[in-house]
Design a protein around this ligand. Structure first.
Ligand SMILES: *Cc1c(COP(=O)(O)O)cnc(C)c1O
Length: 442
């Protein structure tokens, strides 16, 4: 079985240095390859659909910096916009035209939005939207779903317990129990648990936050009826519905999952694509709610680099390119092609495997004839099997995310040939995998 895990000598040497200087060798945990073993290539550059490491090895990349790079790496229009903006100054701490223009794009694209506030990450967008929801409703409880990720704010780093609606217990050290006492955790895809929580506690709920396209724990596509029930119950009980569209926003289409499902949330959070590869987050909603933010209202929120003109320019150039080039339809077409080819590849898998795909987002569910809708339904043996698949692909020059639970992204830089290469390489890896390896990352 070919599961070579070697990267070149330069990556080995520099990652050894990184390990001494950065916790785990990284600035964000999954990058460290802990879930798949081995040493991550240290990347020097990216161009189109490829990244190249410091040993000069290139990889066909389906990570896309974990979602932002919907046009591919170093896309010329985006880079030009960044350079033009940077030449005029990197930060002013004052209003600038480009933030107004990017706000216009958001307002004109996403249902129900009248105002936008920019921040610098998805985490910050969610954190601020939650505070705003609590301030606007005068309520304290927050509801989230097991299997959804909303960044690393304390109150949302919670593990689900057993039972229907569970009290949040911190899933990270350093989060005081008291910080999660006002968080409830529900399973996805469970109408009954949702209805029961609202029957018991509906008048105390400030907001329910959900990834309408859960994409951080596999791609757990939801039944539209479940999302509709969520909209109905929140409205009935005066709770706000927050769509965390940090991944899906401007990737699925200009109106994100809201447009796709025909469901308008009260607030939406954005990140990733909206920054075109630069650090941008945003939260947005109707004037009635957004007007509660300082300086107009009594909900405090601020940021030294918020609305940063260079980052805004990258986001604006990205959205304008997508619009001008029929981007979302193009991405859907490439997604369909990938679905067709990868589904064929998976038919050669020695264990059952199925593809979850929506637009340009995709994920392979292992030991599953159909993709699961809840985090709990993902097979436990998935991670060790995936480690072999991942390293088999990487050794053959194709990069998926270094975790079984992270999804893949197609960009406008991916050609049909690139997608054919992914499928052919996957078939070859799966052929070598027969019979399937015993569990264990080694
Ligand atoms: C990535 C992500 C976040 C966190 O965004 P960061 O920019 O990493 O802080 C929040 N919510 C969702 C749905 C995400 O995918």
């Amino acid at each position: 079985m070919s599961t070579s895990r070697s990267v070149g000598p330069n990556s080995e040497a520099w990652f050894a240095k990184a390990r001494e200087r950065l916790p785990g060798g990284v600035s964000s945990p999954v990058r460290a390859f802990g879930a798949v073993g081995g040493t991550p290539p240290v990347i020097r550059s990216g161009q189109g659909a490829y990244v190249t490491d410091i040993d000069g090895v290139s990889y066909l990349d389906f990570v896309g910096s974990w979602g932002p790079l919907i046009l591919g790496h170093a896309q010329p229009q985006v880079i030009n916009a960044i350079m033009d903006a940077a030449r005029r100054g990197t930060s002013f701490g004052a209003p600038s035209q480009v933030e107004i223009e990017l706000a216009d794009e958001v307002i004109g694209s996403y249902p129900g939005i009248e105002q936008v506030r920019f921040v610098s990450s998805g985490t910050e967008a969610v954190m601020s939207a939650i505070r705003l929801a609590r301030g606007a409703t005068g309520r304290d409880l927050i509801v989230k779903f097991s299997g959804c990720y909303h960044g690393h704010m304390d109150a949302l780093l919670v593990a689900a317990g057993s039972g229907l609606a569970t009290f949040g217990t911190p899933s990270s050290a350093g989060v005081p129990k008291g910080y999660t006492d006002l968080t409830r955790v529900l399973p996805l895809d469970d109408d009954e648990a949702l209805a029961q929580l609202f029957a018991e506690d509906g008048e105390r709920i400030a907001a329910v936050i959900i990834e309408p396209v859960p994409a951080n724990n596999g791609l757990l596509l939801q039944r539209p009826e479940f999302l509709k029930l969520l909209r109905e119950l929140t409205t009935q009980h005066g709770a706000l519905l927050i769509f965390d569209e940090v991944i899906s926003g401007f990737r699925l289409g200009p109106g994100g999952a809201a447009e796709h499902y025909g469901i308008t949330p009260d607030l939406a959070t954005f990140g990733k694509v909206i920054g075109g590869g630069m650090p941008v987050g945003a939260f947005a909603g109707p004037r009635e709610i957004m007007g509660r933010l300082a300086p107009q209202g009594d909900v405090y929120q601020a940021g030294t680099l918020s609305g940063n003109p260079v980052a805004m320019a990258a986001g604006l150039a990205t959205l304008q390119f997508l619009k001008a080039n029929d981007g979302w339809n193009q991405l859907e077409a490439r997604g369909q092609y990938l679905e067709q080819l990868v589904t064929d590849s998976l038919s050669t898998s020695p264990v059952p495997a199925s593809l979850a795909r929506l637009g340009s987002m995709f994920w392979i569910a292992w030991y599953a004839d159909t993709p699961p809708r809840t985090a709990e339904a993902i097979a436990e043996q998935t991670a060790p099997l995936y480690a072999h698949v991942f390293h088999g692909l990487l050794a053959r020059g194709v990069a998926l995310a270094p975790s079984a639970y992270e999804i893949g992204f197609v960009s406008l830089a991916h050609t049909h040939e690139d997608i054919e290469q992914l499928a052919a390489t996957l078939t070859s890896v799966l052929t070598d995998l027969n019979p399937p390896p015993a569990s264990g990352v080694n």
